[in-house]
Write a protein of this length. Structure first.
Length: 398
């Protein structure tokens, strides 16, 4: 029996988390041979979760031997990561730089790298060689730029089918995903992300709302059962609010927006005051690990230190700024209120993407809590996103 060969490409741990359940499901199919390219932190994630993978260093024979000298020079200037072997870093930098020079010429390629660094990389020529060498029949990648983008472009050039799995909102990635020739299908988180891509020119019929398989574990039965146990301890006589706090720095690390480091504490104080004035509410407070704060308890205010996903199934309302807890709560079927005053709000536009009810002032927080409709939550169910994604993959593999 000749098996179809599927190549999965991932750059980074979060994207590897999205692909891992997909890879494991594909590996159950005896008609398929699944190969995984794990780049940067995705390699350690894959290996720790039982997925074997390879890197650029395993295919250096496909390119000119000059890659080593070029890569060594670039790595010595940039430094290497503890999470990626030096050999892999040299191969990655060398192959990408060779590809850039092949695409733009020596002078223009070096100029682009000087301006943009790794953002200038798009090793399409290398991936054409890789897909051809491995006789790949289908490509799966997430929405990362550079290698994942190049893999899908190379697949298109070779008339090999591909699918792009979008982890969150595609706020930057839409620049290339909007191209209707980019992948045969695009799988997205929710209807708002689909509409966002459509508004930028992507055809509706090629976009499917599947959810993100990395988040399916939120609704595993054991998480729900633990949540019920936590709720029993907390009591069912109060509406329970979870506030997932986070750090707000002085300045955004990329766009130089000025932040208010006291905003997380101002939100906490507003919620504490609300609970003091409203006997039928209870507050669970959860600090981000990097906050390193001492919790101070009071009547109907407790610390939520248990497993996060279980806690989400124990509470009624979740309040965040831009924490991923907001997205996880939405997937758990909980009403989310986002305080849209953070310098990171535009990076995680929950209210804009239909995930939260956004408030633009702390004065509006009390009413938002009171007006939140409880009891209408929709549990998305175990394995929902994975089964949705697999349905799209299998339809393309036929």
């Amino acid at each position: 029996m000749i098996r179809k060969r599927v190549l999965c490409v991932s750059y980074g741990g979060g994207h590897a988390a999205m692909l891992t359940p997909v890879i494991k499901e594909l590996e159950k199919d005896e008609t398929l041979e699944v190969l995984t390219l794990g780049l940067t932190t995705s390699k350690s994630y894959f290996e720790s979760n039982g997925v074997s993978c390879f890197g650029f260093k395993d295919f250096t024979f496909l390119v000119d031997s000059k890659f080593h000298e070029i890569g060594s020079n670039l790595v010595s200037k940039e430094g290497s990561s503890n999470l990626v072997s030096k050999e892999e870093s040299i191969a990655y930098m060398g192959i990408n730089m060779l590809d850039l020079i092949e695409r733009l010429g020596v002078e223009k390629g070096q100029e682009e790298f000087s301006k943009r660094g790794r953002q200038a990389f798009l090793p399409t020529n290398f991936f054409v060689k890789l897909l051809t060498h491995l006789s790949i029949d289908f490509v799966i990648a997430t929405n990362s730029p550079r290698s994942e983008q190049a893999a899908i472009v190379a697949a298109r050039n070779l008339r090999v089918k591909s699918i792009c799995l979008v982890d969150l909102f595609a706020l930057q990635e839409y620049h290339w995903i909007k191209d209707n020739a980019y992948s045969d299908k695009v799988c997205v988180l929710n209807d708002q992300v689909k509409e966002f891509l459509i508004s930028h020119g992507r055809k509706s019929e090629n976009i499917v709302v599947t959810g993100n398989p990395a988040f399916d574990a939120i609704n595993f039965k054991e998480k729900i059962r633990r949540g019920e146990a936590i709720r029993e301890r907390l009591g069912n006589d109060k509406t329970t609010i979870l506030y997932a706090s986070q750090v707000e720095p002085d300045e955004h690390p990329i766009n130089a927006l000025k932040g208010d480091p006291m905003l997380p504490r101002d939100i906490e104080n507003s919620l504490r005051q609300f609970v003091r004035k409203n006997d039928d509410y209870k507050l669970l407070l959860r600090f981000h690990p990097s906050e390193k704060l001492q919790f101070i308890g009071e009547e109907r205010v407790e610390y939520g230190g248990e497993d996060l996903h279980s806690i989400l199934h124990a509470v009624d309302i979740v309040v965040v700024m831009s924490s991923t807890v907001g997205l996880e709560a939405y997937i758990a079927g909980k009403p989310v209120i986002s305080v849209d005053l953070s310098i990171f709000t535009s990076d995680a536009p929950y209210s804009e993407m239909g995930i939260s009810e956004g408030v633009s002032s702390l004065d509006a927080l009390d009413n938002a809590i009171r007006e939140t409709q409880l009891g209408n939550q929709v549990q998305m169910g175990q394995g929902n996103a994975l089964s949705n994604v697999m349905q799209e993959i299998n339809s393309l593999l036929k």
